[in-house]
Design a protein around this ligand. Structure first.
Ligand SMILES: [Zn+2]
Length: 149
């Protein structure tokens, strides 16, 4: 897989000079240092159900954890007693799992959710996160690849 590595922050991206916050990565554990064990279990459970680990990258920056497949498709902020998450979809999905839904751009909607334990990782949430992942993959595919199907 061809990837571009930013010399300043050391993170890898699919596209050369891809815009990013360009801050040095922080260890993933840093985000969970003040969180209870259930918070980390929730995060690990969600990722284990999402897709093979090779299908996406985990970006751990000072501002939070983001998942990318070309572009960012989900972000997480571990708190003391819960995991706050966001995922990106083309349009608004009004579902009880989402506390907040807001529009970022024409075809980009942020869906915010809060998980208190691994039992909150429902099949519906996993399905929507997978949708966000495949959306990111498709959006970041070069046009010639997309058209030659
Ligand atoms: Zn950088």
């Amino acid at each position: 897989m061809q990837a571009w590595k930013c010399r300043k922050c050391g993170r890898s991206f699919r596209h050369a000079r891809q815009s990013h916050s360009c801050r040095p990565p922080v260890p993933l554990e840093t985000h969970f240092a003040k969180a209870g064990p259930a918070v980390r279990q929730t995060f690990d459970t969600l990722l284990a159900k999402l897709a093979p680990r090779s299908a996406y990258q985990i970006d751990s920056a000072a501002s939070g954890i983001s998942l990318r497949a070309g572009g960012v498709f989900a972000a997480f902020k571990p708190r003391k007693a819960w995991l706050d998450g966001e995922l990106l979809l083309d349009g608004p999905q009004r579902r009880s799992v989402f506390q907040k839904v807001w529009q970022l751009s024409a075809r980009s909607w942020v869906h915010g959710f809060r998980l208190r334990g691994p039992e909150d990782v429902t099949p519906e949430l996993v399905r929507l996160l997978r949708e966000a992942l495949s959306r990111a993959v498709n959006r970041n595919r070069p046009p010639d690849v997309r058209e030659s199907k």
